[in-house]
Design a protein around this ligand. Structure first.
Ligand SMILES: Cc1ncc(COP(=O)(O)O)c(C=O)c1O
Length: 353
């Protein structure tokens, strides 16, 4: 399928001082869009000027949340622009779509559209180290009708946002609150899908955590509130007695691409890695016995985020003296070197635009 290009006549002024970019605040001149109609399938892929979307108030997405999204980045290595495992994002997006009864799209076509869009927007990819072009593909139901049903029409859009480091403080350890009252997802629910509802449901925990002086929430399982699931927008790892443990994929946590990459890197290095259920009590006991060496989160936004403090009930756990530990530091260095093209990663991880 041919991807048409309609150039913008009013190019925006670029942000000169890249240290002011922040996250997700600025958008480039163009966006990728295609439409779906029952009977016609996905059609008319095109790159058009970045613009508002005009929707009727009865649009299904506003009411019933039939929508999925992804998040990935493009990195600059001088004149080379690199994507990190974009095929994994589009694969996951189709899995999310399956759960939300959204029709699958052609992953090869969308990757081609993304590359073409970024090629057009090349100059928007930041130059400063730690800054990148954040990519947000999303699909939403756009049928105008108030009945609860799977929509007969959808839009697939990709927008691009030049962004600085996710945390302005860099690799400083974060403080995380273990949530016990509310849950994010339950077995059989949609926790594994990257869909707005999972983020809407987690806001209340985030508000509560912030009120207590913590920046993020660690979610426990939805049945026993005992087993560790994930953080708001990160998967979580624990280093206990030199074993690196992360909750197994159980259908209610997001299958993070950073998580998968970290596991592959660690296994290649011969590290002792375990993907299994891990309870909060096991973490507390390890902490009390002096065996909890490191805790870190993994995700596209922050790559590796060391956790300096965990609060569970009235047990405050200060981890590794609130310093980044050796496992987290090495993973951060290895992954960012690969993402920015300073080192060669495993085959297929870096995709040049
Ligand atoms: C709920 C949730 N878990 C985990 C992650 C980490 O996933 P990834 O490494 O693919 O960015 C994210 C971020 O996208 C997320 O939103």
């Amino acid at each position: 399928m041919e991807i048409k290009f309609i150039p913008s006549k009013n190019l925006k002024e670029k942000i000169q001082d890249e240290s002011q970019l922040g996250f997700g605040q600025y958008f480039t001149d163009h966006m990728f869009i295609m439409n779906y109609q029952t009977g016609k399938g996905w059609h008319d892929p095109r790159i058009i000027p970045y613009q508002n979307i005009n929707l009727d108030p009865s649009c299904l997405t506003f009411h019933y949340g039939q929508t999925v999204f992804e998040g990935l980045k493009a990195y600059r290595n001088q004149d080379q622009i690199l994507l990190f495992r974009p095929d994994e994002n589009f694969k996951r997006m189709n899995l999310s779509s399956d759960r939300l009864c959204i029709p699958r799209f052609d992953e090869e076509l969308v990757l081609r559209g993304l590359k073409k869009l970024i090629d057009i927007e090349r100059d928007w990819v930041p130059h400063q180290s730690d800054s990148s072009l954040y990519i947000r593909p999303f699909v939403f139901a756009d049928e105008f009708f108030l009945g609860v049903h799977a929509s007969n029409s959808y839009q697939f859009i990709i927008i691009l946002s030049p962004s600085g480091p996710y945390y302005s403080s860099g690799l400083d350890p974060v403080k995380i609150y273990v949530e016990e009252k509310f849950v994010r997802a339950v077995p059989g629910g949609m926790g594994e899908a990257k869909t707005g509802g999972n983020y809407a449901v987690s806001l209340i925990g985030q508000v509560e955590a912030e009120a207590k002086g913590y920046s993020q929430v660690l979610w426990l399982d939805g049945i026993e509130r005992k087993y560790i699931e994930e953080v708001g927008a990160m998967n979580i790892f624990f280093v206990i007695e030199d074993k690196i443990i992360t909750p197994e994929l159980n259908g209610s946590i997001l299958a993070g691409i950073t998580r998968k990459s970290v596991l592959e890197l660690l296994r290649n290095q011969g590290a002792n890695v375990e993907e299994r259920r891990i309870s909060i009590d096991e973490v507390v006991t390890a902490y009390q016995n002096g065996k909890l060496q490191e805790v870190f989160g993994t995700g596209t936004a922050a790559v590796i985020s060391p956790v300096g403090e965990l609060l569970y009930r009235d047990q405050k756990m200060i981890i590794n003296d609130n310093q980044i530990g050796p496992v987290s530091q090495k993973l951060y260095d290895d992954l960012t070197d690969i993402q920015w093209g300073r080192k060669q990663g495993p085959a297929g991880w870096s995709v040049e635009v």
